[in-house]
Design a protein around this ligand. Structure first.
Ligand code: NAD
Length: 253
């Protein structure tokens, strides 16, 4: 039956940036759908743990700074110790630095691109080589952005990295779809999380953004839960290499 295709019972999901915002939303959604969740973040994910456990789920945490060179080996070693297989990877952790293009330093560029783009590729590769390709099953969901489609204002490194997420998603889907691995992305619109605190506190920018969203409101972590479970489940078995906007209609304007 169709609703059974959305169930994630017996599966294990790894979610990066699981302590706040959209990452926390994915963890809760997967737990509600029946999966065990491994959260990855720089600090303790107590609030996420409480929400996952309240949904009847099991939560494990891996505390690691994703900008450190050994982050991927730490994640893979901990996953090995925690569970027999991983079925779902959500590349959610991301950083945004707002600055004029004329002022962007190489250091800031590398900070954004190495987390938002390079890690997405190499963590996907590590998970695919260890779990997804040998098991002929896996779901990779990377978090893109409206700035995978548009240039944005004062966020050139972010726009570059999120455009790359869309490209990486298509490239990996082309190679891994034959092996039963679904690689897709979600492009959230303007969501009320830490990522947009500065934007929302700028009255002029905030009003201009809100006025352009057909749904007439900022999104919330609850808004991405349905798309997350869909792309993590058998319901999306024939969806490959696509970036799904969850944006209150922003891209349609
Ligand atoms: P957020 O700032 O709450 O989440 C970002 C997450 O990344 C946090 O959990 C943070 O701890 C983690 N992170 C950042 N640097 C890290 C590092 N070095 N090591 C470990 N973890 C690190 O904001 P959010 O909106 O929930 O962002 C989640 C994702 O959604 C990001 O990729 C962001 O770019 C993307 N996104 C957000 C919006 C929005 O409007 N909020 C829109 C489009 C895309």
């Amino acid at each position: 039956m169709i609703l059974d295709q959305f169930r994630l019972n017996g599966e294990t999901a790894v979610v990066t940036g699981a302590n706040t915002g959209l990452g926390q939303g994915f963890c809760v959604a997967f737990a509600q759908a029946g999966a065990d969740v491994i959260g990855v973040a720089r600090r303790s994910m107590q609030e996420t743990r409480e929400k996952v456990e309240a949904a009847g789920g099991v939560f494990h945490e891996i505390i690691v700074d994703l900008s450190s060179p050994d982050a991927i080996s730490v994640i893979m070693e901990r996953c090995e110790a925690l569970c027999s297989r991983v079925d779902i990877l959500v590349n959610n952790a991301g950083v945004i630095i707002r600055e004029d293009a004329k002022d962007v330093s190489e250091e800031n560029w590398d900070k954004v691109v190495s987390l938002n783009e390079k890690l997405v590729f190499f963590l996907s590769q590590a998970m695919a080589n260890r779990y997804f390709l040998p098991n002929h099953y896996g779901k990779i969901i990377s978090i893109a952005s409206m700035l995978s489609f548009q240039g944005g204002i004062r966020v050139p490194s972010y726009a570059a990295s999120k455009s790359a997420v869309m490209g990486i998603t298509k490239a990996l889907a082309n190679e891994w779809a034959p092996f039963g691995v679904n690689v897709n992305a979600i492009a959230p619109g303007y969501m009320a999380t830490n990522n947009t605190t500065n934007l929302r506190s700028d009255a002029q920018r905030s009003e201009a953004i809100l006025e352009r969203i057909p749904a007439g409101r900022w999104g919330t972590p609850d808004d991405i839960m349905g798309a997350g479970v869909f792309l993590a489940s058998d319901a999306s078995a024939y969806v490959n290499g696509f970036t799904l906007a969850v944006d209150g209609g922003w891209l349609g304007r």
